[in-house]
Design a protein around this ligand. Structure first.
Ligand SMILES: [Zn+2]
Ligand SMILES: [Zn+2]
Length: 155
């Protein structure tokens, strides 16, 4: 099983893509939104709006949660971020630009999220779908349990 290295997508490339998406919809660029986008793309991992808001308000305390929500909605609609709805938590966002498909392992004790990519699992899923005459558009595989560190702590 190959662990996926969380590569930082370039904030500049994301901003450029977003700018053309925004312009094509007749929306205006705003300084606050730019700051949120910049902050988001210089982070890695799976961020909740609250976590992102913390980082954003450290740079500009006038930005509110509603603006962060709206910006993440735009980024998701533009295909630059993916919204993840893991069990028992808030919606989390991860960068989708230049990211390959991957699945997640979620620790129910410490909340850490690990990414993985497994070709055999992908193939098996495709075969199952085929056997059902089903055309898959996308899938999410989430494995819940205890990470290594939490298992060791509990011993
Ligand atoms: Zn853990
Ligand atoms: Zn992920």
């Amino acid at each position: 099983m190959k662990r996926v290295a969380a590569r930082k997508p370039s904030a500049a490339a994301a901003r450029e893509r977003l700018a053309s998406w925004i312009a094509s919809r007749g929306l205006k660029a705003t300084r606050q939104r730019d700051l949120i986008v910049d902050t988001f793309f210089t982070q890695t991992g799976h961020l909740s709006v609250d976590e992102l808001l913390d980082k954003v308000t450290a740079r500009d305390s006038s930005i509110g949660a509603a603006t962060v929500y709206r910006t993440m909605k735009i980024l998701t609609d533009a295909g630059l971020a993916s919204a993840r709805h893991f069990e028992g938590g808030q919606t989390r966002y991860e960068a989708a630009l230049d990211r390959h498909h991957h699945d997640h392992l979620i620790c129910t004790s410490c909340g850490r999220i690990f990414e993985f990519e497994n070709e055999r699992i992908e193939e098996l899923q495709a075969r199952v779908a085929e056997q059902h005459g089903f055309r898959v558009t996308h899938h999410k595989l989430e494995l819940y349990g205890l990470c290594k560190a939490c298992q060791e702590r509990q011993q």
